[in-house]
Design a protein around this ligand. Structure first.
Ligand code: ATP
Ligand code: MG
Ligand code: MG
Length: 547
């Protein structure tokens, strides 16, 4: 199938089909930890896991990797489900939680203890680190390593029963303190932690570690290909050790791919949480956030995000993707679907002196020239209109083709107007209105005499305009590659409160998307109310991708 994008994971799967590994099945999972909202990096993993399953007639589970109760919350569980669905993926009846397996995980730990493959260790966290050794130096065995299976069993049961304080003991896999792979040096697989879990409450005071819980959860669900990011490559031997040393119902295989990094963007949930907590943003769904909920509120479509994920592909080495590609994808999508409207963001009043007082005309504007079937909308015109302040210069520089004293411009869909005079605020000297004349022979925006008018402005009729607030966004960080001490962009949000939009927008609902002619793509914000419209700029019109 030529429509199937080939990547190295698909090649592994093709090979597995040939050899009959995993019984010719593909069963993947997307395993978020509910400790934050999903971001665009997660979208890559979601598209990959659900996409690979779908293309290979397989299935994909949604599994909450909830083994770290202190950071997890049902708010995140709910938002994650909403975001995966919104992106267009469906786990059907396959919603799982690692916490569903706590009892089984505990029983498997008992199996390891009985087989002499796990032991209870009383070293402190610091001592464990000190004993672990380095890349060039082997580790030192714990003095508790040779406890008998009976003693370990007794201690582990008492750990569960709550007899020991937090951090006083751990259960460790007994593997190899001399392994060149530090993850194999008797890794901790259970810890004592008194923390209320969002699902199991205070039922447990011991919690399994990720490296132990993950392979078992995969095996219990019959996962065939356990796809994760590159940082886990060094953990694969431990993943395999767990699978090989327990009697599990399946033998999943871990495959690592390069995570998505985007310039001007932080993607660590810890850092995103910090932005929320210190009010650098209004919340996880602030339109400047790289979260799925932020992108949704900003005006991104699920299609544009899926398309972006297809285009960046799947590789085995890390790189940084230009955020301009993401912006290109939403522009491309909205160009085809967003209705065109006129909105004046920074209004300047224009009085058309020779236009009859009280007269109103209606012009027809195409809804989307890329999509003529969408038809037209009616745009009222009258004696007083608003144009963009920026579309007028009293002393036009060379090459400025918009309005200036004595010069003519075209009002989109309407008439040619000429600027006759300028009115200033006597106190501030600021230009507050223009007086113009119109040429009745140019109705529709063209003239029979063929005279040249280079500039075309958008406008709204003052008597018909609807007031709106418009929020313009820029990168949250000034740094191209924001690190630990990245600088917030002080202009990442600019709020314009006196915008005037055409009356066809009067009844818009949150989430609706438009192209404001000459300005960019905009989306109705969640804060928008009838009579108090609020728009977010999703992205400007100018495309910098590939430039
Ligand atoms: P963080 O480090 O920000 O906490 P995480 O990887 O711990 O992120 P999880 O909730 O565990 O977050 O992620 C769920 C899945 O999404 C994992 O399989 C993870 O590999 C994948 N994932 C997370 N971030 C990215 C990314 N930037 N690109 C691709 N996949 C990602
Ligand atoms: Mg994490
Ligand atoms: Mg994780």
């Amino acid at each position: 199938n030529p429509a199937v994008p080939t990547n190295f994971i698909q090649e592994i799967i093709n090979e597995d089909f040939k050899t009959g590994k995993h019984g010719g099945k593909v069963h993947t999972r997307f395993p978020p930890e509910p400790n934050g909202y999903l971001h665009i990096g997660h979208a890559k993993s979601i598209c990959l896991n659900f996409g690979i399953a779908k293309r290979n007639n397989g299935i994909c589970n949604l599994r909450f990797d909830d083994t770290n109760p202190s950071k997890e919350d049902t708010e995140y569980v709910d938002s994650i489900q909403e975001d995966v669905r919104w992106l267009g993926f469906d786990w059907e009846d396959r919603l799982f939680y690692a916490s569903d397996y706590y009892e089984q995980l505990y029983q498997y730990a008992i199996d390891l203890i009985q087989a002499g493959k796990a032991f209870v260790c009383d070293l402190s966290a610091q001592e464990i680190r000190d004993y672990r050794g380095t890349l060039t130096e082997p580790g030192k065995e714990s003095p508790y390593r040779n406890r008998s299976a009976e003693e370990n069993l007794d201690l582990f049961k008492r750990m569960r029963a709550g007899e020991f304080p937090d951090g006083s003991k751990v259960l460790r896999a007994k593997i190899d303190m001399a392994s060149p792979n530090i993850n194999m040096r008797d890794p901790v697989i259970y810890r004592i932690l008194r923390s209320t879990h969002h699902r199991t409450g205070d039922q447990w005071c011991i919690y399994p570690m990720y490296d132990y819980a993950h392979p078992i959860s995969d095996a219990l669900e019959g996962i065939t290909h356990s796809i994760c990011t590159l940082e886990f490559e060094d953990h694969r031997p431990l993943y395999n050790w767990v699978i090989e040393n327990l009697d599990l119902p399946a033998r999943p295989q871990q495959i690592e791919f390069a995570r998505l990094n985007l310039n001007h963007t932080v993607m660590s949930k810890r850092k995103l949480l910090e932005l929320v907590r210190n009010h650098s943003v209004s919340g996880w769904n602030d339109p400047r956030m790289p979260t799925i909920s932020g992108l949704r509120r900003r005006g991104y479509t699920p299609e544009s995000i899926r398309n972006f994920c297809d285009r960046i592909g799947v590789a085995k080495s890390n790189s940084i993707v230009d955020i301009a590609l993401l912006e290109h994808c939403i522009r491309e999508d909205l160009n085809l679907r967003a209705p065109r409207v006129m909105a004046v963001l920074d209004p300047l009043k224009v009085i058309i002196d020779n236009y009859p007082e009280g007269q109103v005309e209606e012009f027809e504007g195409e809804i989307n020239p890329e999509n003529p079937e969408l038809g037209t909308r009616k745009i009222p015109f009258s004696k007083v209109i608003y144009i963009e302040k920026d579309d007028f210069r009293e002393d036009p520089p060379k090459g400025y083709f918009r309005l200036s004293p004595g010069r003519e411009i075209r009002l989109k869909h309407a008439y040619y107007i000429r600027c006759e005079s300028v009115v200033r605020d006597p106190a501030t000297g600021e230009i507050i209105e223009l007086h113009c004349t119109y040429d009745p022979e140019t109705r529709g925006g063209w003239s029979a005499d063929g005279r040249k008018v280079k500039g075309t402005s958008h406008w709204v009729s003052a008597a018909h305009a609807v007031d709106a607030e418009v929020r313009l966004y820029d990168h949250l960080f000034l740094d191209e590659n924001p690190g630990e001490n990245a600088t917030l962009n002080p202009d990442s949000l600019v709020t314009l409160t006196h915008c005037k939009v055409e009356p066809s927008l009067k009844d818009v609902k949150a989430g609706e998307r438009f192209q404001f002619l000459r300005q960019g793509y905009f989306c109705v914000d969640l804060d928008s109310r009838p009579g108090k419209l609020v728009f977010n700029r999703t992205v400007g019109l100018r495309d910098s991708w590939g430039k």
